[in-house]
Design a protein around this ligand. Structure first.
Ligand SMILES: [Zn+2]
Length: 335
């Protein structure tokens, strides 16, 4: 973890603008997609220096370094790039969801995407920090980190006078707070997609094995961002696959974008939404414009011929205009 490093030119930005905390869907998209990069000049923030997320004179979201901070008329929040995961993935990247017919019909009927809660998904490691066998290592590292942090004041402030016991007590409390965050992370709502330029036979077999009537819907990262624009908590990002024998998952919401290396074939992109803090739900449908989200509906290569007509008919019955096509896996070879 890199220490935060605030230079005099960064300090000037803080002096000029107070953070308003107003983060729109568009600004969150910019923060995620630009990841630590000044939108204006392309500078990557380095050595723990902050980047500034906010709005320009036309209320357009911008993410800038101190280099181009003149663009900012409102500072929403500073971002400290201290070991943050890069979740960004190109807007034009094709993404797929393979599903059985029942789920497809439910999606049409509800007029949106269903987001189950992370702890309801199959993978026990959703929201996990790491392997239980390494928990003591993790605790030790962060206790040490917090012990140092509580006696290191921000620039310009004198160090607080604390007894050994007070330092220890505060460090223990901070560790406990950080660990209780884990439960909140596991209650995030998740929509899982597969990033691929082409169809995947492996994914058909995994999600719609022969004898299951299935379809895949194809979209793009940019369209998924657009589809979630009613929810300011939405983040669309690429999943990182970690070898938990040597790594721990990221912090806060980034943790939900970390999975075990053994699942890397999923090449997952996911959209996440906040759950209700007080009474978390098991899942929620995000109503969106499915005609705009879905580029094509692809019929499973394992489905019988009559199934194509049924899919088209059902799409029409619900009043959508979605293009339906056969799987390219059925294309004939020549020898
Ligand atoms: Zn710049």
């Amino acid at each position: 973890m890199t220490q935060v490093n605030i230079l005099p030119e960064d300090r000037l930005v803080f002096d000029r603008l107070k953070s308003t905390g107003r983060i729109t869907h568009g600004l969150r998209r910019t923060i995620t997609q630009q990841w630590n990069e000044c939108v204006c000049c392309g500078n990557r923030a380095l050595n723990g220096r902050p980047v500034f997320a906010g709005y320009d004179t036309d209320n357009r979201p911008v993410l800038v370094g101190a280099c181009c901070s003149g663009q900012l008329v409102e500072l929403a929040t500073p971002i400290y790039p201290t070991g943050t995961l890069n979740l960004s993935i190109d807007d034009v990247q094709p993404i797929w969801r393979y599903m059985d017919f029942a789920k497809f019909v439910a999606m049409l009927q509800q007029g949106g995407l269903y987001f189950p809660r992370a702890d309801k998904l199959e993978d026990r490691f959703e929201g996990a920090v790491g392997l239980a066998s390494r928990e003591a290592d993790w605790d030790r590292f962060y206790l040490d980190f917090f012990r140092k942090a509580v006696i290191s004041p921000p620039p310009g402030y004198s160090p607080p006078v604390l007894s050994e016991e007070q330092i220890e007590k505060t460090a223990q409390r901070l560790l406990k707070e950080m660990k209780s965050d884990a439960l909140r992370i596991r209650s995030l709502l998740v929509s899982c997609w597969h990033a691929n330029d082409v169809e995947s036979e492996a994914l058909w077999r995994l999600y719609c094995p022969p004898a299951t009537l299935g379809v895949a819907i194809q979209s793009t990262v940019g369209r998924l961002w657009d589809a979630t624009n009613q929810d300011t908590s939405a983040v669309v990002g690429r999943v990182h696959y970690l070898d938990f024998r040597h790594s721990f998952a990221g912090h806060q919401k980034e943790r939900i974008f970390c999975k075990r290396l053994s699942l890397s074939h999923e090449r997952e992109v996911r959209a996440i939404l906040d759950n209700d803090h007080a009474s978390p739900v098991a899942g929620r449908t995000l109503v969106c414009n499915l005609n705009a989200l879905i580029i094509e509906v692809i019929i499973s290569p394992f489905a019988p011929l009559w199934f194509t007509d049924v899919v088209s008919e059902v799409i029409n019955k619900f009043g959508y205009s979605l293009h339906v096509r056969q799987s390219q896996l059925l294309d004939e070879p020549f020898y």
